[in-house]
Design a protein around this ligand. Structure first.
Ligand code: ZN
Ligand code: ZN
Length: 265
């Protein structure tokens, strides 16, 4: 699987308008973050935040081949880009007439409260939590997570190897953790570091490390990075200093994702 991290910020992009803090004035391109969004194999989008159009226009030839979208929950940083997606052209040439929006009922209800108009040619297909469905050669599944009072889901995507995507949550039940045990790539909520940027509806990077170790995830990338969490360099150093030294070939590999990062899994 080819994984592109199109965006990696929390609810608002970095730098923040008018802010002169260390993160917002950083000259490291890895500190310029847009809303969290992942593209799998140039055809499946995870989440559809406000920068979806900007993300896809830079991958113009790919946009016209987009086949499916999955949305973790109804918060604006994960859905506002749906407004632009029907206006992708050149799809007939690729024999693709619609984009399948695989979605759970509560999340579609949340989207409908924001967008009353139909999404032609986006075609919603309702899937149940924990139901497995096929996209291309892959099996996908939404699993429930706790994100304050908002219905929210993680995504398991298995195409040979297993990707688990959980950008927004404050708790995940053991029964749901079992579903993504031994995943090859865990993309997980990194909204805060300890008290830096702490929010009751999100985990911290420290919590994420514990969860990932418990899951025996092989590679872990933090996304949904907040305004107060830290610069990319600071957070990478934090992980290097505070994690048990990696044994050769064993144990998870932890990183802070950044916009534009690409991985082959
Ligand atoms: Zn979010
Ligand atoms: Zn959220």
């Amino acid at each position: 699987m080819r994984i592109r991290f199109l965006g990696t910020s929390a609810g608002w992009p970095l730098p923040r308008l008018g802010c002169k803090c260390e993160i917002c004035s950083s000259t490291d391109p890895k500190d310029k973050r847009t809303r969290t969004q992942i593209l799998i194999d140039d055809s499946v989008l995870l989440d559809a935040g406000p920068e979806t159009y900007n993300h896809l226009i830079s991958l113009d030839s790919i946009a016209s081949k987009l086949k499916a979208i999955l949305v973790s929950h109804e918060h604006p940083d994960h859905i506002l880009g749906l407004w632009d997606l029907p206006h992708i052209y050149g799809r007939a040439e690729n024999n693709i007439d619609k984009i399948n929006l695989y979605i759970t009922h509560p999340v579609l209800n949340g989207i409908r409260r924001v967008f009353a108009t139909p999404f032609q040619p986006i075609k919603p297909t309702i899937v149940k939590p924990n139901q497995t469905f096929n996209i291309n050669h892959a099996q996908a599944q939404y699993f429930p997570v706790i994100h304050g009072k908002t219905p929210a889901f993680g995504v398991k995507y298995k195409d040979g190897k297993i990707l688990a995507y959980i950008p927004d949550f404050n708790r995940i039940l053991p029964s749901q953790q079992r579903i993504i045990r031994d995943c090859h790539l865990l993309i997980i909520d990194g909204s805060s570091l300890g008290k830096l940027g702490q929010s009751p509806t999100h985990i911290s990077i420290e919590d994420g490390v514990k969860i990932a170790q418990n899951l025996k995830a092989k590679n872990v990338y933090f996304v949904h990075i907040g305004h107060k969490t830290g610069t990319h360099q600071f957070l990478e150093e934090y992980l290097r200093k505070n994690l048990p030294r990696r044994q050769a070939g064993a144990g998870p590999n932890f990183h802070i994702a950044y916009d534009g990062l690409e991985l082959l899994v």
